[in-house]
Write a protein that binds this ligand. Structure first.
Ligand code: ZN
Ligand code: MN
Ligand code: MN
Length: 295
């Protein structure tokens, strides 16, 4: 098994373009939005879109893909109409992911907007129960992303995520996406206290719940509660956390996706992937295949 490295890719020009860009950048896996990330509505996926995506998946071998849900969706919304809208929009994301045979849909738990953390957690769990009920027989797993804890967002404490799992009926249909920058911004030390942090995670949530990583450096200091990503090794985290992760055999086989700043071309992704691959010690690197470039 390999370390599966990749990056979030644009879907401009069609969903399959994300896979092609992934191949060009040297990704093993990718993340994409299934629609515009800051709009509620989307044109339904056409059979042609789905066929083209599956064909490109075969051609590129870039897999797995994971979908990041739209940022508008707030599963914690205290107000009924807003919560219903979020649940409907999230279920739509699930349908799109399932149609594309994408195994993971990443979502932030949401913001309690003044109702309090416990209320927000209960609301998120209720939403997850509702979509699981609707999505009978779906293969995909919902991945709850650990957050930086900006504003009234929940999900920045391991306890929050543990409680969401506790309050969800079919929690085996869910996992966790660990975003390194968010966890660091939330105040968990991945530099000096890497093992302690993971031990705490294991006690409170369970390491086996981690199904994917977002690999980002953090622009601001430990505990800043600010969600600003930086290139690997160029933020406040230093290289140590990434070196630990790249050589941690517990996480071999899990997708590790960059969400670092990028422009039009893929140079930044290539740079960050090279940094990560460079951190792998020989033993790990020997197992790690870099897919052929598509250029
Ligand atoms: Zn996210
Ligand atoms: Mn993330
Ligand atoms: Mn973020």
């Amino acid at each position: 098994m390999d370390h599966i490295l990749g990056a979030h890719m644009s879907i401009s020009g069609g969903l399959h373009q994300a896979l092609l860009a992934g191949r060009d950048a040297g990704c093993n896996a990718i993340q994409l939005f299934s629609k515009s990330s800051n709009q509620w509505h989307a044109k339904p996926l056409q059979p042609d879109d789905i066929a083209c995506f599956k064909k490109t998946r075969e051609e590129t071998g870039v897999w797995p893909a994971m979908i990041h849900a739209a940022y508008l969706i707030n599963l914690c919304a205290p107000q009924e109409a807003a919560w219903q809208k979020a649940v409907d929009a999230f279920y739509l994301e699930m349908e799109r992911a399932e149609a594309l045979e994408i195994p993971y849909l990443v979502v932030h738990p949401g913001a309690h907007v003044g109702s309090g953390e416990e209320a927000g957690i209960a609301r998120a769990a209720k939403a997850l129960n509702e979509v699981h009920r609707r999505a009978l027989g779906f293969q995909l797993k919902i991945l709850i992303e650990l957050t930086a804890g900006q504003g009234s967002c929940i999900g920045h404490r391991f306890e929050h995520v543990a409680k969401i799992f506790d309050q969800t009926d079919q929690s085996d249909r869910m996992g966790v996406c660990l975003d390194t920058a968010h966890v660091f911004a939330a105040g968990y030390d991945l530099q000096e206290r890497y093992e302690e942090t993971l031990h705490l995670f294991d006690r409170q949530i369970g390491l086996e719940r981690i199904k994917a990583f977002h690999i980002n450096d953090c622009k601001k200091e430990l505990g800043c509660r600010v969600d600003r990503h930086e290139h690997i090794g160029q933020g406040k985290m230093g290289l140590a956390p990434f070196s630990h992760l790249m050589n941690d055999s517990r996480f071999i086989g899990l997708p590790m996706i960059l969400e670092t700043p990028k422009g039009e071309n893929l140079e930044e992704d290539r740079m960050n992937l090279a940094t990560l691959r460079g951190l792998m010690q020989e033993k790990t690197a020997a197992f790690c295949q870099i897919p052929p470039s598509g250029i």
